[in-house]
Ligand binder design. Structure first.
Ligand code: HEC
Ligand code: HEC
Length: 446
C-alpha cells in the first residue's frame, strides 16, 4: 500500500540519510555503516545516588536510516505510516531535536535519548532504566529501532501509537518527571529554533500534539535491517556462519522459537520476529506474589487509566502483572509483548525486567521450560532438550540479526557475553531441559 506519505518518506530519507549510491563516497556514511560510536561499550558505569545518567549526543547513528537496506519491508512500512504524520524533512529534524532535548524533563537533565542511546542501539544497557534524580524504574528499555512496526507500544502494550507512547515518559516521575506536558511545551516554546521548525513542519506555533507527532515521526525513520541474516535470506548463503544457519533451523523446529517470534511453516516472514501478541513465559513471576498484586491492581487502578497503568508499571511491584494491568483478564497475568529480535545482541540485558545478562541465559531459560509453579505459563513453554552446541547455534543465529551500524559493537558484545557465559550460567538446568514437561498448577481464584 503505497500512499502519498510514503512518497514524502522517500524524499525525506533521500535528503537526510545516506543512500546506497552515495554510501561508499560519503565518509560519514561509510563510517556509520561500519562502526558504533563508542567501541568500549559494555554495561554502563554505575551512577552516583540521585544522579540522572549522562546525556547521549545525537551523532551519525541518530540519523534517519536509508530504505535501501536488504530485507527492508517496503509495503509493510508504507502500511504502518499514519496519514496525519507525514515524514517531511522538517518534521524529522524537529522530532530528532526533541528526542535529544533534556528540556522536556522536569529539571532539564533527562531526554528520550538518555534511555534510548543511539550508540547502544537506542537502549541504555541497564537491567531497568534510570531517570530523573537517579530514580530506577521496574522495566528494561526496549530499542526504538523498528518500533514503528509494533502494533502496540511498551512491554504490556498500554499505548497504541508512537504518539501516545511519547506522552508518557515525559511526565512519568521516574523517567523525565515533567509536571505536565504543557510544562514541557512551555519550556521549549520560547526557543526560536523550535518556533521555526514547528512552523515549517506543521504551519502552527509550538504545541503539544505536534510535539508528540514530531517525536513519533522521527522514530518512524529508524528502520534497521541489512543484517547478515537479511543477506542470507536474500540468497547469499555465506552471509552467516554454518552455526548461525543451523541456529535458524533450530529456531523454527526443535527450539520452537517461531511459535511466538512469528514464523509459521506457511508464512516465513522474516521482517519482524514477533507475533505482536502477549505471553507469560515465566519471567520474574516467581519473585512476586502475583495474586495479592492482582487484587491490589483491581482495587487501586481504574481500568483504562493509561497514566495510572504507566505509573504502576514503572514505579511499583504491580509491574510484574504485565498485560493484566490493561485487560484485567486472568490469563494475561505476567504476560508481556513478544519483542522483535532484530539487533537483540546489542540490546542486552534481556526481558521486560532486564533479568538476564546474556543470550545464553535467555536460551537456558527457554531450554528448561521454566515455569514450575506458574499457573499462567504459556502452553508453548516446555523443556526443549537443546544440547550445548545447539544452544550456541541459536545464539549465533540471534547474533546474525545485527544491523551493520552495530557490527563492531556486536562483535565485542558477543565476545563479552560468551566470556561471561563460560564463567556463569545461572539459568542452566540440564536435568530439567531433558526432562518431561512439568505439570502445571491450576490458577488460584482471584
Ligand atoms: C528513564 C528512561 C526512559 C526515558 C527518559 C524514555 N524512555 Fe522510552 N522506554 C523506557 C522503558 C523502561 C520502556 C519500557 C517501559 C514499559 O514497557 O513499561 C520504554 C519504552 C519505549 C518505547 C516502546 C518500545 C516497544 O518496543 O514497545 C518507545 C517507542 C519509547 N520508549 C520511546 C521513548 C521516547 C520517544 C521518549 C522521550 C519522549 C522516551 N522513550 C523516554 C525508558 C525510557
Ligand atoms: C510462548 C511464546 C514464546 C516462545 C515460544 C519464545 N519466545 Fe522469546 N519472547 C517471548 C516473550 C513474550 C518475550 C518477552 C517476555 C518478558 O520479557 O517477560 C520474549 C523475549 C525474548 C528475548 C528477549 C528480547 C529482549 O529484547 O529482551 C529473546 C532473545 C527471545 N525471546 C528469544 C527467543 C528464542 C531464541 C526462543 C526459542 C528458544 C524464544 N524466544 C521462544 C515469547 C516467546
Amino acid at each position: 500500500m503505497f500512499n502519498g506519505d510514503f512518497g514524502d518518506f522517500v524524499r525525506a530519507v533521500l535528503r537526510i540519510a545516506c543512500l546506497a549510491s552515495i554510501f561508499a563516497l560519503n565518509p560519514v556514511c561509510s563510517w556509520m555503516a561500519g562502526a558504533a560510536e563508542d567501541a568500549s561499550l559494555g554495561p554502563p558505569p554505575a551512577l552516583q545516588p540521585s544522579q540522572a545518567p549522562p546525556l547521549p549526543k545525537a551523532g551519525p547513528l541518530a540519523q534517519p536510516r536509508s530504505q535501501d537496506q536488504t530485507g527492508f519491508p517496503a509495503a509493510l512500512t508504507a502500511s504502518v505510516m499514519p496519514s496525519d504524520a507525514p515524514l517531511t524533512p522538517a518534521a524529522i529534524e524537529l522530532g530528532e531535536k526533541l528526542f535529544f532535548d533534556p528540556r522536556l524533563s522536569g529539571d532539564g537533565t533527562v531526554a528520550c535519548s538518555t534511555c534510548h542511546d543511539p550508540a547502544r542501539a537506542f537502549t541504555d544497557g541497564r537491567p531497568t532504566s534510570i531517570g530523573i534524580h537517579g530514580r530506577a524504574g521496574q522495566r528494561n528499555a526496549p530499542t526504538v529501532l523498528n518500533a514503528l512496526y509494533n502494533k502496540t507500544q511498551f512491554w504490556d502494550g498500554r499505548a497504541r501509537t508512537l504518539e501516545e507512547q511519547a506522552a508518557l515518559p515525559i511526565t512519568n516521575p521516574f523517567e523525565m518527571g515533567a509536571p505536565s506536558l504543557a510544562d514541557a511545551v512551555n519550556k521549549i516554546g520560547s526557543d526560536a529554533d523550535y518556533q521555526r521548525l514547528f512552523t515549517q513542519a506543521y504551519g502552527r506555533a509550538v504545541n503539544e500534539s505536534d510535539m508528540l507527532r514530531a517525536i513519533a515521526t522521527y522514530e518512524r525513520t529508524l528502520v534497521s535491517f541489512a543484517s547478515p541474516f537479511d543477506h542470507f535470506i536474500a540468497g547469499d548463503k555465506n552471509a552467516i556462519s554454518e552455526s548461525a544457519a543451523r541456529g535458524w533451523d533450530l529456531f523454527n523446529s526443535k527450539a520452537k522459537c517461531n511459535l511466538c517470534h512469528a514464523l509459521t511453516d506457511k508464512e516465513r516472514d522474516t521482517s519482524l520476529f514477533t507475533d505482536h501478541d502477549f505471553h507469560n513465559i515465566g519471567i520474574g513471576i516467581l519473585r512476586h506474589n502475583v495474586v495479592p498484586l492482582a487484587r491490589q491492581a483491581e482495587r487501586d487502578i481504574a481500568q483504562g487509566n493509561v497514566k495510572a497503568v504507566d505509573d504502576a508499571a514503572i514505579l511499583t511491584d504491580l509491574s510484574a502483572l504485565g498485560r493484566f494491568l490493561i485487560t484485567r483478564n486472568q490469563k494475561d497475568i505476567a504476560s508481556f509483548k513478544t519483542p522483535n529480535l532484530r539487533n537483540v545482541l546489542v540490546t542486552a540485558p534481556y526481558f521486560h525486567d532486564g533479568s538476564q545478562e546474556t543470550l545464553w541465559d535467555v536460551i537456558d531459560h527457554y531450554n528448561k521450560g521454566d515455569g514450575l509453579k506458574n499457573p499462567w505459563l504459556d502452553e508453548d513453554i516446555q523443556p526443549l532438550a537443546l544440547s550445548e552446541p545447539e544452544i550456541d547455534d541459536v545464539v549465533a543465529f540471534l547474533a546474525s540479526l545485527t544491523s551493520p551500524q552495530y557490527k563492531e559493537f556486536g562483535e565485542k558484545e558477543y565476545a563479552r557475553q560468551q566470556a561471561l557465559s563460560k564463567r556463569s550460567r545461572p539459568q542452566r538446568d540440564t536435568a530439567r531441559a531433558f526432562g518431561p514437561k512439568p505439570p502445571r498448577p491450576e490458577p488460584p481464584p482471584l
